[in-house]
Write a protein of this length. Structure first.
Lengths: 421, 166
């Protein structure tokens, strides 16, 4: 029998398990990049100590990110940060300090290459799949052991092929596309699966836009989201100083996909995930007029340069509604610097925004914009669970940066297509 | 091993934010204190009401969202003996087994709050004493049974020095 065609997930895991694998197989595979953040890293360090390990397998590709509570708002968290710094010093693992940025953005800027296996102690570790890697989130203990052994175990996932064709209408973005997909699949519709995003829409997408799709794959339960590695990926790697790391990645034509979903991008409209689940997706028109207390633009989903440019385009020369606070948090220091050079930060300042240091900002409810009782936030993040932004009595709507920025001007949820008419 | 306890019912899509709220981020370095807030945003009184050995029973997609392993860890610390759900989110499923919190998938519509349950982990058999019925559970993958039998991933790696997937 001839070799069966492989999906990207099967191919990458097979290459790391040194044998041919198919969906459903349980395998041990080598790991190229292992990462933790300040919410999950201290527990990972504890587990490594419990096991008596004093070294990590590959220090240059073992990274500890301080991003969730950075700079620290509490002494307990400052002490946890100290634990990460001490571990990095002892083992030679890399520490990404306060102000350097969010784990998932920093990983694609400096570490992840096409064909890699990436494990991260953060559920949105699937983000790196946008570069044609197999990247997945795990708990602290799994990543701790992956970091010291240089390998982990996987069940090889089945793949859903998400084929998107056509051009998004003005005012509609990759965030609206992924919200559409999650609304369709639902929060558990892709549990244990890989989502592979293909089609001419995705080919035309920048890497920034692709990262949005892969970032939110986990919101449909998926193990990972993956894009093909192509000329856009090559250009991105070159820009970030890693041009030689490029290799093309696609699925075989004869690969076995569990499900094929076809989407016409030209039919999409701006969408919102209503409180309190990410799959509670409705057109922005259904939220129109809802008064907004805070707008948050940032996160590993939508805190990139492309997002900040869209927000600045809408905010330029205008001011936020007086009853609506505007919090903006670039995803990394490189993005912050570029936004500064392009004059975007000045636009935000003039619009009345509060600019935060690169990091997770208020997304996880730790600092920098915890909501009050009954307050409503329009956020470009990936989660709106009850209590997510620090208060179970608050309400979070998820949207694109355009919808968020335009809502900040209007003081209520508003349709960004009005800007482009 | 047979686990016995009373059922506490929860709905679908119970996220790790509901199990282990982000506003207690600073308590992650103090797990016994964090455990006092277990499932607080799904049921504010749960930690006070439940007893050692009780069973958390939920709908589909239990443990969705954040990868925080603190969620299954504080459930175990609080005394939850086993979690039964129609389905589990992937990362929570793996984390639960890694920290030694047993998880089984079954038709939880056949369990009401307060029902007395007996769970035989090795056979994957659940008996609802209050209703006098038996429920079948979906078996765990072998890799996970190995880890659970060893008491979690840390003792498993201590024992074998590596993963034992078959």
């Amino acid at each position: 029998m001839g070799a069966m065609g492989k999906t990207i997930a099967e191919r990458i895991i097979g290459e790391h398990a040194a044998r041919e694998v198919s969906a459903g197989d349980l395998v041990i595979a080598s790991v190229d990049v292992a990462a933790v953040q300040d919410g999950t890293g201290p527990l990972a360090v504890d587990q490594i100590r419990k096991l008596g390990f004093e070294k990590v397998h590959d220090p240059a590709n073992s990274i500890l990110f301080i991003d969730h509570a950075a700079p620290s708002p509490r002494k307990e968290l400052s002490n946890s940060h100290m634990k990460l710094r001490e571990f990095a010093t002892k083992t030679g693992a890399v520490l990404s300090e306060v102000g350097e940025g969010i784990i998932h953005q920093r990983l694609v800027e400096s570490w992840v290459s096409p064909g890699d296996i990436v494990i991260g102690a953060d559920s949105h570790s699937c983000t790196s799949g946008a570069l044609g890697a197999f990247a997945t989130g795990m708990g602290s203990t799994d990543v701790a052991i992956g970091m010291v052994l240089g390998r982990t175990w996987f069940r090889v996932p089945e793949t859903f092929l998400i084929e998107v064709n056509g051009t998004l209408p003005p005012g509609v973005y990759s965030k609206d596309l992924i919200l559409h997909i999650i609304g369709m699949l639902r929060a558990d519709g892709a549990t244990y699966k890989a989502l592979e995003f293909v089609g001419d829409t995705i080919q035309e997408f920048s890497v920034d836009s692709r990262l949005v799709l892969c970032n939110m794959a986990v919101e449909a339960g998926a193990k990972t989201g993956i894009c093909e590695a192509d000329d856009k990926t090559r250009a991105f790697l070159k820009e970030t100083g890693r041009g030689k790391k490029f290799k093309p990645i696609t699925s075989d034509q004869s690969a076995n996909f569990e499900r094929v979903v076809k989407i016409d991008a030209s039919k999409l409209e701006p969408l919102l995930a209503f409180p309190h689940t990410v799959d509670n997706v409705k057109p922005v028109s259904e939220g129109k007029g809802v008064k907004v207390d805070q707008v948050f633009i940032g996160t590993c989903t939508n805190g990139r340069l492309e997002d900040l440019r869209v927000a600045a385009h809408i905010l330029k020369g205008k001011e936020r509604h007086r009853a609506t606070r505007l919090v903006i948090c670039p995803a990394s220091r490189d993005i912050y610097r570029e936004a500064m050079k392009e004059g975007l930060l000045e636009v935000f300042m003039e619009a009345g925004a509060a600019l935060m240091a690169p990091g997770c900002g208020p997304c996880v409810g730790v600092h920098e914009g915890v909501l009050g009782d009954g307050e409503i936030c329009v956020s470009t993040a990936n989660r709106n669970f009850k209590g997510r932004m620090g208060n179970p009595e608050a309400f979070v709507y998820l949207s694109s940066p355009a919808t968020a920025a335009y809502s900040a001007l209007k003081g209520e949820i508003a349709d960004p297509r009005e800007v482009f008419r | 091993m047979i686990l016995k306890g009373k059922a506490w019912k929860f709905g679908d899509d119970i996220s790790t934010d509901l199990i282990c709220p982000g506003r207690y981020f600073h308590l992650r370095s103090n797990l016994p204190e964090l455990a006092k807030h277990v499932l607080e945003d799904a049921d504010a009184e749960f930690a006070k009401k439940m007893a050692e050995g009780d069973v958390v029973v939920a709908g589909k997609n239990f443990g969705c969202g954040s990868s925080r392993e603190h969620a299954p860890t504080i459930m175990k610390l609080a005394g939850v003996s086993v979690v039964l759900a129609k389905s589990f989110a992937r990362i929570f499923y793996r984390n639960g087994i890694n920290v030694g919190l047993p998880l089984l998938e079954c038709d939880t519509d056949k369990i009401d709050e307060g029902d007395e349950l007996e769970v035989d982990l090795s056979l994957g058999r659940i008996v609802n004493r209050s209703k006098g019925i038996e429920l079948a559970a979906r078996p765990l993958p072998q890799a996970m049974i190995n880890i659970l039998n060893d008491g979690g991933l840390v003792p498993h790696i201590k024992k074998y020095g590596d993963f034992k997937v078959d």
